[in-house]
Design a protein around this ligand. Structure first.
Ligand code: FES
Length: 144
């Protein structure tokens, strides 16, 4: 039996808990330290807020951490209430399935006729790092 963990959290409030990633080599935006790595177990999800935007964190079955918008592109459901399924997030409302490595919708896009499939929006992803015991998320540049 698979057990899925759900964790909803806010980023740390203390200024020293946030910061610019020491190895930031450019690419725009700012890296935010959002959650201790060990707070996100395999197959679990968390919701954090990065630069005012709700962000879904998920640790995939292979240990990779993904970051994406927490707002389902279909009808706006909070994806942090969903489950990780084979590298994707399963929206709790209508069970649309978004690949957390590419953002591409897998269901129902893969079963729709091509003209309908082209209208299924992808899930926006965020750059993410799992380093030094912390999960870091890069916010987009203002106006980007
Ligand atoms: S709101 Fe997420 S699938 Fe409909």
């Amino acid at each position: 039996m698979m057990v899925f963990h759900h964790l909803t959290t806010s980023p740390p409030d203390e200024p020293e808990e946030r910061g610019v990633h020491p190895d930031d080599s450019g690419g725009g935006g700012t890296w935010h330290r959002v959650l201790p790595s060990d707070a996100l177990a395999s197959g679990s999800v968390a919701r954090v807020v990065v630069a005012g935007a709700p962000v879904l964190l998920a640790r995939l079955e292979d240990g990779t951490v993904a970051a994406a918008s927490s707002v389902c592109p279909h009808q706006g459901e909070d994806l942090s209430g969903g489950r990780v399924y084979m590298g994707a997030i399963d929206c709790p409302l209508h069970h649309y399935l978004y690949d957390l490595r590419t953002g591409v919708n897998r269901y129902p896009r893969d079963v729709f006729p091509a003209d309908l499939a082209a209208r299924v929006a992808p899930l926006p992803l965020y750059p993410v790092k799992d380093e030094g015991g912390w999960i870091w998320v890069r916010s987009p540049e203002a106006g980007a």
